[in-house]
Write a protein that binds this ligand. Structure first.
Ligand SMILES: Nc1ncnc2c1ncn2[C@@H]1O[C@H](COP(=O)(O)OP(=O)(O)O)[C@@H](O)[C@H]1O
Ligand SMILES: C=C(OP(=O)(O)O)C(=O)O
Ligand SMILES: [Ca+2]
Ligand SMILES: [Mn+2]
Length: 665
């Protein structure tokens, strides 16, 4: 449409270009004062309600509606006027960031220092510390606090300021965690004092490597000074545990938008009202992961240190930016706090059927907790960390952290679809132009991860709580290929395997693991438990007995030979096995007892080839199978030796039964 019926040339669209092509002469523009004409004039649009560009931009963002006042709740801040509440909140943040040697906290300001014109700034600026004569430079500057930003704001922060942050084709935020792409359990330290010295599990097999209070303070000061030296820090105030009676308030202070978004996804997100009465946190994380610890500091054996101080309710992270360190650090804290309240903390996934039947999925990293608890036919309660109380189960977290190496839409549709706007994609590789992620690419690490809020899974059960579990599924990824795909366990066997916590560590999640290696990790999470494993085991036995839960051992690892010659059991088969456990059909199956491990294996499972149910059938070399079986049995026996002189629960009889429930040879 180069010209309309009146012979006028439309300036917009193709007309001008087409006309220009005609020997370079510019088209003549006829102006008309007839208003209702087919030609679109600029004047016909309503004018913008701004006089300047700055004013125009200021119109773009509207201030959030004021938070509704809390009615009927006598919270810390409930009765305070807005101004006073803001002041107390900033004082609380300043107190968190206080250097312990200088006494007072930094002057904190809310908002991005880049937004000088920010209207909030006047209102939210409070000089908390009175200037002192011995002032250092750090006491002269302001610490800008980006407080509980939204995912959209965090995206902008990440993309603008953090190298390696990109938006993928499905809208997720791709980022790099730096040199560390997995947890560093050897760099974990726990303050040993008079109380924790008695309460916690120390020594051989324990994840708690001691440090003293003084050294903790040195690292804390290092982290706080680092954070205060930055232009701005991110502060997240959130909750742990969906059980309202046992909810823990956590504050995470971090230097990266990526870390703030990760914790936004992983912890429970407070409502504006809940945030108003947040008050003082129960626990604080100082994540100064970009800054190393000082190896001249006592107890430091590398540049990474993850330090837990239960007396101070604080954790300090130096020298690692792997985000999983924060969520698993808080999990350790829950493994201390909850059992003190007679609540069992569980390293397990959890889901629920339409009829309210709950299943727990215990397992070490990479065994299938996230994959198998995320089941389109069931309600997801959580993928990794739970509590079992007198009334049922509750998720500790508000999000999931899925492995995404080799992720496929067909095999794991719910996880695939959760990777969208708001999701953090750690260490994945994507196509430069289309930003399509190649989930098969291990160039950065094998431990690629996606962190998303739990409601990104369509059938998430919100609130994430459920009744007492009916099935307790122990997942082991057996790289030797000798454990059956599924076995039914009696209570003593369940306890034996729970305490043993056998699996093969697969590459990536922990540093230095390049190929599957047999490990025993008590309670399927020795890296996170704080007290002796028998304490958790006794609680589990008591609860399973009381509520009549059935134990199962599911091998999600190798079949047809060990790692290298056999192959991993097809996910589709494992899903069929899990379906049969949930439906109750497997409980009624016919069973046969295996030699050596004495495991009850079914002769048939719907949808699974019967010959794979006894692993011996899948091995081409029967002698090789027997040798490997004996080798694994020996490893179990050796490992259990540390537990032989520990009583499990009040009952000696159970202890004896558990000891007898291991391999017999
Ligand atoms: N038979 C199987 N059962 C469970 N997971 C399997 C199986 N075969 C392959 N996998 C893969 O193993 C990984 C299990 O990881 P994930 O569920 O994240 O473990 P966890 O949550 O216990 O750390 C996923 O990448 C999944 O696709
Ligand atoms: C985040 C982790 O948990 P998992 O692998 O069990 O999902 C981890 O171990 O670092
Ligand atoms: Ca996968
Ligand atoms: Mn997981």
């Amino acid at each position: 449409m180069a010209a309309n019926g009146n012979g006028e040339v439309a300036v917009n669209g193709n007309g001008a270009a087409a006309a220009r092509k005609q020997k370079g002469t510019l088209p003549s523009i006829t102006t008309s004062d007839k208003h209702h004409h087919e030609v679109c004039h600029d004047m016909s649009a309503p004018t913008v309600k701004a006089q300047t560009i700055d004013e125009l931009h200021s119109l773009q963002k509207k201030k959030s509606a004021p938070n509704t006042p809390i009615k009927g709740i006598q919270g810390t801040f409930a009765a305070l006027p807005e101004e006073e509440r803001q002041k107390q909140q900033l004082q609380s943040i300043s107190a968190s960031l206080a250097s312990l040697t200088r006494g007072s906290g930094p002057k904190v300001v809310k908002g991005d220092p880049a937004n000088k014109s920010q209207t909030n700034q006047k209102v939210h600026q409070h000089h908390v510390a009175a200037p002192t004569i011995s002032a250092s430079d750090s006491s002269l500057k302001f610490t800008h606090v980006l407080y509980n930003l939204s995912p959209a704001e965090l995206y902008e922060q990440a993309i603008h300021y953090e190298k390696g942050s990109f938006i993928t084709s499905t809208g997720a935020l791709a980022t790099l965690s730096g040199a560390k792409t997995g947890r560093a359990p050897r760099d974990k330290r726990v303050v040993k004092d008079d109380v924790t010295g008695k309460e916690l599990w120390w020594g051989k097999g324990s994840p708690n490597i001691e440090m003293d209070e003084q050294t903790f303070l040195v690292n804390r000061e290092r982290a706080v000074d680092y954070l205060n030296s930055l232009d701005k820090v991110f502060v997240n105030d959130q909750f742990l545990n969906w059980d309202p009676e046992n909810r823990i308030k956590v504050r995470i202070v971090s230097a990266r938008a990526y870390h703030s978004l990760f914790m936004h996804n992983m912890c429970i997100r407070p409502t504006p009202e809940e945030l108003e009465e947040f008050g003082t946190p129960d626990f604080t994380i100082y994540n100064a992961g970009q800054f190393p610890c000082n190896r001249y500091t006592h107890y430091m054996t590398s540049s990474t240190s993850i330090d837990l101080n239960l007396a101070r309710s604080e954790m300090v992270i130096l020298g690692t930016q792997y985000a999983g360190e924060m969520k698993k650090g808080l999990f350790s804290v829950m493994h201390y706090l909850m059992p003190k309240r007679r609540i069992l903390s569980l390293h397990s996934g959890c889901n629920m059927g339409k009829d309210g039947d709950v299943a727990l999925f215990f397992g070490l990293s990479g065994t299938g907790k996230t994959t198998l608890s995320t089941d389109p036919n069931r309600y997801l309660i959580g993928d990794d960390e739970h509590c079992w109380t007198e009334t049922g189960v509750s998720n500790i977290e508000g999000g999931c952290y899925a492995k995404c190496i080799d992720l496929s839409r067909e095999k794991e549709p719910d996880i695939w679809n959760a990777i969208k706007f708001g999701t953090v994609l750690e260490n994945v590789v994507f196509e430069e132009h289309t930003r399509e992620v190649d989930y098969a690419d291990k160039s950065v690490t094998e431990n690629t991860r996606a962190s998303y809020p739990i409601e990104y899974i369509p059938n998430a059960k919100i609130p994430c709580v459920g009744p007492h579990p009916k099935n307790v599924i122990l997942l082991a990824c057996d790289a030797f290929g000798v454990l059956p795909p599924v076995s039914k366990l009696n209570l003593a066997q369940t306890m034996y395997h729970f305490i043993s916590g056998y699996t093969a560590l697969v590459a990536g999640t922990e540093e230095g693991v390049k190929e599957p290696r047999a490990t025993f990790s008590a309670c399927f999470g020795a890296a996170f438990i704080m007290m002796h494993p028998t304490k958790y085991a006794a609680m589990l036995a008591e609860k399973m007995l009381k509520h009549g839960a059935t134990g199962w051992l599911v091998n999600t690892g190798w079949s047809g030979g060990s790692y290298g010659s056999g192959s991993r059991i097809k996910l589709a088969y494992t899903r069929k096995i899990i379906d049969a456990i949930h439906s109750g059909s497997l409980l009624k199956a016919e069973y046969r007892k295996t030699e050596v491990f004495g495991l009850e294996i079914p002769t048939e499972v719907e949808g699974v080839p019967s010959e794979i149910l006894d692993p011996v059938n899948t091995w081409p070399n029967k002698l090789g199978y027997n040798d490997t079986l004996m080798k694994l049995a020996g490893l179990f026996k050796n490992n259990f030796e540390t537990f032989t002189d520990h009583k499990i629960g009040k009952d000696n009889e159970l202890t004896e039964e558990i000891l007898a429930a291991g391999p017999n040879f």
